[in-house]
Design a protein around this ligand. Sequence first.
Ligand code: MN
Length: 254
Amino acid sequence: MIPTNGLIDFHCHLDLYPDHAAAVREAEAAGVFTLAVTTTPKAWLRNHELTRDTRHVRAALGLHPQLVSSRADEIALWETLLPQTRYVGEVGLDAGPRFYKSLDQQKDVFARVLRACARAGGKIITVHSVRTAKAVLDHIEEHLPQRTNRVVLHWFTGSKSEAARALDMGCYFSINATMLNNEKAAALVRSLPVGRILTETDGPFTEVDGRPSKPIDVADTVQALAKLLEFPATSLANAMRDNLRQVLQGTDLR
Ligand code: MN
C-alpha cells in the first residue's frame, strides 16, 4: 500500500459523513489533499470554518444540480459567497431520470455559476455531468471563455470524443475507483493523458468494503489506476501531484 501523504481526493462530500469535523481531521492527518465539495451554499459557512486553517483540506462552494429543482433561488446566495473561495463545486448538470425535469432550470443556474467564475477569474471548478457531457461542455465553451479558470470534470461518463473535446478545452478529469470497475469508463480513463488526471472518492457516494469511502481510500484508487495505465503507483502519485500544482497554479496556493 502506498502512503496517503500527498495523495489527492479532488471531490469528496465531507459534510455528509456522520461526523463532519472528524472527517476533516482524518483527511488532514493523513495528508490527503481533499476538496470538500458542498451541495448547497448554505453549507459553505460550516465547511469554510472547519477548513480555514487546515493544510490539506479545502472547501468548495457548490449548488448541486440534483438540488436545483428545490433550491434554484440559492444561486443568489452562492453568488454572494463566491469571493470567499477559489474552489467551486459541486455544480453542473444532471439529466438522469429523476432530475431531467429540472434541466432547463439547472442550465440557468449553471450558466450563472460559470459567468460569475468567468468574471472573477482564478476559480477551480469541480463539475457534475451525468447524461449531459455535451451540454456541460457547450455551457463551459459559451460562458467560461477565458482560460484563467480550471474545470475538473468529476466522474465523467461521456464518450471518448466528448472527452477529447474536453481535453481540447483544457479540462481535467477526476477519477474514482467505481469508474475503474466499469469497463466502458475504464476504457475512457485509459484514453486520457496522465497529465490531465486527478483522483477522487466522491465519498460517501462510493463504497469500499461495504462502507462509504473516505479520502484515505484514494490510495487504492491510485493503485488501481496505476495498474490500468501500466504505471508504477509511486510515479503516478507524483504525476497527480504535478497535475494538482498545474490546476492550482496562478494565484496564491490556498
Ligand atoms: Mn459528488
